[in-house]
Design a protein around this ligand. Sequence first.
Ligand SMILES: [Zn+2]
Ligand SMILES: [Zn+2]
Length: 421
Amino acid sequence: MNLSFLGACKEVGRSGILVDTGTEKFVLDYGVKIGEKPTLYPKKVNVKLDGIFLSHAHLDHVGALPVLYKHDQKCKTYGIDITKQLTRMLLKDSLKIARSENQPLMFSEKDISIALKHFRSVDYKKTFNIGKTKIIFLDAGHIPGSAMILLENNGKRLLYTGDFNLSDTRFLKGANLEDLDNIDTVIIESTYSDREHPQRKKEELRFIDSINSTLANDGVAIVASFAIARAQEIMFILDDFDIKYPVYVDGMAEKATDIINRHPELQKEYNKLEKTMERLNIKYIEHASQRKKIIKKPCVVITTGGMLSGGPVVWYIKKLHDKIESSIFLTGFQIPNTEGDILLQTGRYIHENLELSVKMNINSYDFSAHASHSELLKTIKKINPYQVFCIHGDKTQKFADELRQNGFAAEAAELKNYELL
Ligand SMILES: [Zn+2]
Ligand SMILES: [Zn+2]
């Protein structure tokens, strides 16, 4: 078996791996790198593929999928069913953003529908075959539909973790390592390979304290959130702490929530999201004109984008940036150089032609859906593979060095070809 890394080497973004089993050729994920202008793409695929496997619907994993079909691939794309609907939503939104920012477009609306016509849904834990390769998707606990992908060919077993989380969140069950045995090679994400997460309970209390004090001061709490999994996790927290003020959802988080509600079986507790939303009496913002009205009174608005690089959150920051009683809450990993990252570093919001000094409270929380440093290490020790490739992180070299000290043949993957041991 041969591997060729097409992106996500010593960086987070543009995930893509070409696997040549000797009998078939596959691509694992094909995403983009956001935070860079123009958007960066993975290396081109110049061979005819037998299958494309999607670990989950985040743009850094699926954002370049239509490009493969534009370049005449005819094979099917496989993923958990919800990944198709979420991917369609994300790809359409990325086109909209590219157009509004006058960024070059690598694919069209039509290319998106051609790509998704080739999508075939697979179930967790159900083995299927393509040629001489056996494939199985296992729940990765990162977002609804996220999967680790295990390939077996000629007795060799290769595991691609995608993005994964070992810990349960309120919304999702963590990945289960028990299903992983006799693995020869692991390609592992390393987003948090140099950090631990703060204790979740403490982080939630800190979050709720700031929400409550914002509301008590007659302020508006803008919770900037990723549309998929994070926005819904925030709803669970607000519900559990019994927030009595109006809670609104704005932007792509609405559509993502609707898609997720159609797949109640993917939640840790069956259909908990719908019940939570009823209790919180969540209202969607259907028209931009509603926004002006709601921010006149204290309320919570859960809105996209999670890194402040687009979506309705931009409008709220424009309107509220000088209101000291209001707050902006960042609830996820901020990729370096994104608007959210720059706001945290400088207190300034810089977006397109806009540059604002932000007077509202800026709060940042780690509600991560990625394995922490100790969980990544635990994963490798438990699986005990012959060979490890570290990808999807800024510190993959450091993590690979640490794994080597622990006796594993590990390396920080580079944009090149590797023969498996
Ligand atoms: Zn992800
Ligand atoms: Zn990712």
